[in-house]
Design a protein around this ligand. Structure first.
Ligand code: ADP
Ligand code: MG
Length: 687
């Protein structure tokens, strides 16, 4: 039979029903899937250490033939599998404590690659962290260089077997890969031909070779994704007839004149971008991203006033009552000179107050509305909602954000977030949003000093905190877990609060965490805001929301347990007033010193977001690897940002020139996307 990309793998020689099943578990059903099954790493056997030169105390990678094997018990009853390897330089013993079963896998005559520390145990002994059987007893050493791809494997199918399959069939599989890119584009972007790339990934001569191959495949992944997003943006823009606000310069100008401060350059730029969006005929769909304290609320207020001076209502929805109250207070203050009074709608108002607020909203008397989820309840009707602002947008579900927008007739949408994300992520996660960043901080704020301390400094830290409280200030103490039952080895918030109550007997100590009822939590937060509580013990529930300018100390216990972005959010809780503030990271974890030090020295949220991304990789970031419905297998955000940018530009150009990918030279793109992307068909159905 002739092989096609969609031919089932079971027709390949060497693949029986059982292997086909195992391959299916890896997502490999067709021969095309097999061809695209990428190694997740490589072993570089070109830099192996001769057995005789594997020195004590070092980490070594060695290759040798197995001479003898055996299982020996130790005095403590542990059974140790041992194998002696030989190469031209000599012999070396390897030992696998507690793994006697390896006797069935590792046999004399095999060529073995081992990698691990060399220790002293009746002589030199390598304790492999991993090993690979490179060749069986009578087989020659694997040819073609010694860069060994290691494939994601599964039960019943080892990476060696997968490597074997690919080696055996690669030459007939490669011709099945059709390069979707026209030569001209490939030349312009500097892409390797697809077949070369796949060959390099599976059968590299050098590590650089493999990396070049991977980059080409990564480009294609980004490119598909960006084509999909460019298309989605195109359709959305077309479908997104919105309100065309006029530049009346009435309320907005008066706000500018009466504002007690000068906008930062970034704020001015953001207001300009939003104004451009709102005065355009399409609907605005913009994300305003900036660290806490960069002044997003004022920017949003300009947008709200632009809607209001055009005879529309504007609403801002916040995730907690406290935040909503805070916004309401800010807006009330800033709008006073304009004779405008914002409406507040939150759950804790009395029924009568709520009814009255709803009435004013429905009648249109309430021009600017601040609220919580209460705004999206069915009973709420707007007279004429022209702008929906969602603060801390990631705290709301997609439906909730949409629900607010649906309270109007295609209102403009502005999303706010204090969680800066790297540009790479923004392009991927929010490919169909326009993004504005605020990086600059308004002047006149107190600085936040960060310090890394160990347990031995605890008494001094407490003295410091006591001093701040005595001077009328407040502090947070954050723990990684609620109570010790979660992790016996970690200090916990509940126990911490108890002990701090004793230590700070002359002050009031409060406690909030995720298992305390929202109303109670709100009550404690309010008390802290009003300085009835001086020391607030918490878990990361305080990450978002509360603005207490009087708080000047953020003490984080077990700082090593937190992600960098999370630490940054916590740090953002202080330094909100004019006084100098302190973020103290407490950690005895030696392995975390470097990253925590870096954190202490970095203040820019976007830079920290980049570091956080590199640290955690993409996998952990919700949905990111699945962004746009296309899983990323080759691309690595930490390394490939340039590829992403290029892919984005190229894709946008193609969609601009040929929105439905109808031209013959784009047929291959269209086919790939319809095949691979769940919404592909829908997106490209229409001509
Ligand atoms: P964010 O929501 O981005 O964390 P806010 O909008 O709450 O920040 O602003 C934080 C504080 O900074 C508020 O008290 C606000 O009035 C003040 N502020 C905003 N912009 C400026 C500015 N340009 N100059 C001085 N203070 C500002
Ligand atoms: Mg805010």
């Amino acid at each position: 039979m002739t092989l096609e990309r969609t031919t089932s793998v079971k027709y390949l020689k060497g693949v029986g029903p059982k292997r086909a099943e195992a391959l299916a578990r890896l997502g490999i059903r067709t021969v095309g899937d097999l061809l695209y099954h990428a190694p997740h790493r490589y072993l570089d056997a070109t830099t192996v250490t001769p057995l005789a030169r594997a020195s004590l105390g070092s980490e070594a990678t060695c290759v040798g033939r197995v001479v003898t094997t055996g299982v020996l018990p130790t005095r403590r009853g542990l059974r140790v599998f041992r194998a002696v390897l030989r190469d031209d330089s000599g012999l070396l013993e390897c030992a696998w404590p507690g793994q006697p079963f390896l006797e069935r896998q590792i046999k004399p005559g095999q060529l073995l690659l081992v990698s691990g520390p060399v220790r002293f145990y009746h002589g030199r002994q390598l304790v492999p962290r991993e090993f690979i059987v490179l060749a069986e007893k009578d087989e020659d050493e694997p040819g073609r260089g010694m860069i060994l791809p290691v494939y994601p494997a599964t039960e019943g199918l080892s990476h060696r077997q997968i490597r074997g399959l690919l080696h055996q069939h690669l030459d007939v599989l490669l011709p099945l890969a059709a390069d979707p890119h026209p030569d001209a584009l490939r030349a312009r972007v500097g892409l390797a031909p697809l077949r070369d790339a796949l060959a390099a990934v599976h059968r590299p001569a050098t590590l650089e070779d493999a990396e070049r191959g991977r980059r080409r495949l990564a480009f294609d992944e980004f490119f598909d994704q960006q084509l999909v997003q460019a298309r989605a943006r195109f359709l959305a823009k077309r479908a997104r007839a919105g309100i065309r606000f006029a530049l009346k310069r009435e309320l907005t100008t008066r706000l500018k004149e009466t504002l007690p401060f000068e906008l930062t350059g970034d704020q001015k730029r953001a207001v300009r971008e939003i104004t451009d969006d709102m005065t355009a005929p399409e609907r605005m769909h913009r994300l305003l991203m900036g660290d806490v304290g960069t002044g997003k609320t004022v920017v949003a207020l300009f947008a709200m006033l632009l809607a209001a001076e055009n005879g529309y209502q504007a609403a801002i929805m916040a995730p907690t009552e406290l935040l909503a109250e805070q916004h309401h207070a800010t807006l009330t203050r800033l709008l006073e000179p304009l004779d405008l009074r914002p409406e507040l709608l939150i759950g804790r108002l009395t029924a009568a107050q709520k009814a009255a607020a709803r009435e004013r909203i429905a009648a249109g008397g309430a021009r600017l509305v601040v609220g919580t989820h209460a705004l999206i309840q069915e009973s709420v009707r707007f007279h004429r909602l022209g702008l929906a602002v969602v603060d801390e947008q990631h705290r709301f579900g997609v439906e909730q954000r949409a629900a607010l927008a649906e309270k109007g007739d295609a209102p403009d949408v502005l999303l706010l977030t204090a969680t800066p994300i790297p540009r790479s992520l923004a392009l991927t996660l929010y490919g169909d949003l326009d993004v504005t960043q605020l990086r600059e901080r308004p002047p006149g704020r107190g600085t936040v000093k960060s310090a890394l301390r160990t347990e031995s400094a605890r008494a001094r830290i407490y003295t410091f905190l006591r001093g701040e409280c005595a001077a009328g200030r407040q502090g947070y103490v954050v723990y990684p877990v609620i109570d010790v039952s979660e992790r016996a080895d970690l200090k916990a918030a509940t126990a911490g609060a108890e002990s701090l109550k004793r230590v700070f007997a002359e002050f009031r100590v409060g406690l909030v965490h995720g298992r305390i009822k929202p109303e109670e939590r709100d009550a404690v937060m309010r008390a802290f805001r009003d300085n009835e509580i001086q020391v607030l013990v918490a878990t990361t529930v305080i990450e978002v929301g509360i603005d207490v300018p009087n708080a000047t100390v953020m003490l984080i216990e077990h700082a090593e347990r937190f992600g960098l972005a999370q630490l940054h959010q916590l740090r953002g809780r202080v330094g909100r007033g004019a006084a100098a503030s302190h973020c103290i990271l407490l950690s005895d974890a030696a392995e975390a010193v470097a990253r925590l030090k870096t954190f202490s020295e970095t203040t820019d949220g976007f830079a920290i977001a980049e570091l956080d991304l590199q640290e955690r990789g993409m996998g952990e970031l919700t949905g990111a690897r699945q962004s746009g419905g296309i899983a990323l297998r080759y691309a690595d955000f930490a390394k490939d940002l340039d590829l992403l940018e290029t892919a984005r530009g190229v894709a946008a150009g193609i969609i601009a020139a040929d929105p439905a990918l109808g031209r013959p030279e784009h047929a291959a793109y269209r086919e790939r996307i319809v095949q691979r992307y769940e919404r592909g068909f829908e997106l490209f159905r229409v001509g």
